[in-house]
Write a protein that binds this ligand. Structure first.
Ligand SMILES: [Zn+2]
Length: 292
């Protein structure tokens, strides 16, 4: 059995700004961009308008990281302290209770050093339409067949019935079990893809959608969440985070209506046959995370 990692982790990288970007207005308010958390330190104090060189560049990089200067503004000069840098320094000074002289002196250097030492928070990718497929580990199951032309318009959430992801996965990959899911979400938040999205996984059994009998497996993506379903075992934080990414992505990719994101409980026939994902599953948290 070979388990290999596929797909790269979702990233939200800002597009590279060409060095030929038009010169920005000196008094433009720099947007607070989320910058990469590379180690940046404040240069020594003693820089002002007209200065240039590596120390000015270092100062500008710090200001870019903190959102006081844009990458484009920095790229217009090769480390020269011009009006844009002066304006950024003033704005930084204002925000950090330092006299707004525009001169990078001792007080400003100390404040910059402190600001750069703070970890920057990157906003979570929770806006609808902004999801990228999360990293998945390929673990193919033979328990699938053709969707027979059906489009995906539903997502069904399950609990595996145990808290043992390895055992659950082995069972779903065993041809004798005749069960599977497109994805399995382990306790640690790792996502395993057992059946490709284009294939019909065997997870829902006899089912209906909003009261209408239909082949739910043919039109849905099934996600098995490793949880015993007792209603007493908490779904982990890592599971909610991974599930938000995965369901957010699938909803966006297949244009799944919000009311077609359901639990096995909601589709299983006869009513009461299933209680997945579980009584203690936080639907509100998931719905909020995926934007509805
Ligand atoms: Zn189920």
């Amino acid at each position: 059995m070979t388990v290999r990692t596929t797909a790269s982790r979702a990233t939200f990288s800002a597009p590279a700004t060409p060095a030929t970007a038009p010169k920005a207005k000196a008094n433009a308010v720099a947007p607070r961009v989320a910058a990469a958390s590379t180690a940046l330190t404040a240069p020594p104090a003693g820089l002002g308008k007209g200065d240039s060189g590596a120390k000015v560049k270092q100062l500008q990089q710090g200001l870019v990281k903190l959102g006081y200067l844009t990458q484009a503004q920095m790229n217009t000069g090769t480390g020269s302290f011009g009006p844009a840098t002066e304006a950024a320094v003033k704005k930084f000074q204002g925000d950090h209770k330092v006299p707004t002289t525009g001169y990078y002196g001792e007080q400003t250097a100390a404040a910059l050093k402190k600001a750069l030492a703070k970890p920057t928070t990157t906003p979570p990718p929770t806006q609808p339409g902004k999801f990228t497929k999360p990293a998945v580990i390929s673990a193919p199951s033979p328990n699938c067949d053709s969707r027979n032309g059906a489009d995906i318009d539903t997502i069904v959430l399950h609990h595996t019935g145990t808290n043992n992801g390895a055992g659950d996965m082995a069972w779903m990959r065993n041809p004798d079990s005749k069960v599977s899911a497109n994805y399995m979400l382990d306790r640690d938040g790792k996502i395993y893809q057992l059946v490709g999205d284009s294939k019909r996984a065997w997870h829902a059994g006899k089912s209906e959608l909003h009261g209408v009998p239909t082949d739910v497996n043919a039109r849905s993506i099934g996600i098995e969440i490793v949880n015993d379903g007792s209603g007493k075992t908490a779904f982990t934080d890592a599971q909610y985070k991974a599930l938000t990414q995965l369901v957010g992505y699938l909803k966006q990719e297949y244009k799944v209506p919000a009311n077609n994101i359901l639990g096995h409980k909601d589709v299983a026939v006869p009513k009461g046959r299933k209680d997945d994902p579980a009584a203690n599953f936080d639907w509100a948290r998931l719905r909020k995370g995926i934007g509805g």
